[in-house]
Ligand binder design. Sequence first.
Ligand SMILES: *Cc1c(COP(=O)(O)O)cnc(C)c1O
Length: 343
Amino acid sequence: MTSGPPAPIDLRSDTITTPDDAMRTAMSGAEVGDNVIDSDPTIVSLEERAADMLGMEAALWTPSGTMANLIALSLHLQRGDRFLAPRGAHVLTNELGSAAWLAGGMPDPLDHDAGPGRPTPATVRAAAGPPNGPYYTLRTTLLSLENTHNAAGGAITPPEEHAQLVATARDCGLNVHLDGARLWNAAAALDLPPAALTVGVDSVSACLSKGLGAPVGSVVAGDAEFVERARRMRQMLGGGVRQGGVLAAAGLVALDRVEELERDHANARALAAGLGELGWDVEAPRTNILLAAVPDVALALERLRSKGILALPMAGKVRFVLHRDVSDDDVEEALRRLKEERG
Ligand SMILES: *Cc1c(COP(=O)(O)O)cnc(C)c1O
């Protein structure tokens, strides 16, 4: 019936989600002020709501998750410090080294010996070393966790393991930052409030512009003193946005949608099951990210593209991300296209 290439099914990332009508309406009606000179009421509402959901005293809106992480790491680290993060963490591999060259910390990747995305407390302890080494040695001062862990396939750190890691870090004299870009996904998958996954951390970042569908925006949260310092750092980095309420309004709508992420998780499981039947080597997804091991990633991505399915490489595999702009029918259609290829 139709000719030409089919409309692509875009599974590259949950960052491609576009604001829907409800979100655009909220944005167009947002009350705004100058958030650098004094304050923007919609940004303030968003920050209060995000802090509450994350179980932190205060929160700060940022234009991106990368900036949220950079602010936190800059406040936690000094030159001559080392920080620990699970191997493949976004702060290690996807932020152009800014944790080292702007925040000033020497990165030390930790093996995922407790399971995908997470080190054991023993590994944290061994890497942290003794708290008071000689003056000429690096001081390990920070553990930066990631939940869900993107490059480990949207892997969840459950609350008990999180608590053990935080307790070990404390025991070793480390601060703890949590990159919770997709913390909402972990919370939805575990059917827990997001605050249950931030217990004991000094700071947490979280994205509004991924699965929750806002076009722009993240938050970084901590205690009130941390957030005041973070506000100055955000200004230094050029992240003070004047009438940002237009963007924060989208974030407020996004925060109403945490529970809806479960639909994306169900779609990830359906896609994994279907791919498995077609002979793909896929890991069972815990959230909205699915990794497939293939002999040649570039070739696999090209074949997918020729069938109108878009994905990205991640950690030496093909990564598919399910999100609110991909329907149940799109998943079935993607599998149908792949079946055709095989036949
Ligand atoms: C996407 C992501 C970020 C950064 O968010 P941006 O808004 O794209 O800068 C940080 N950490 C993790 C784990 C991410 O997946």
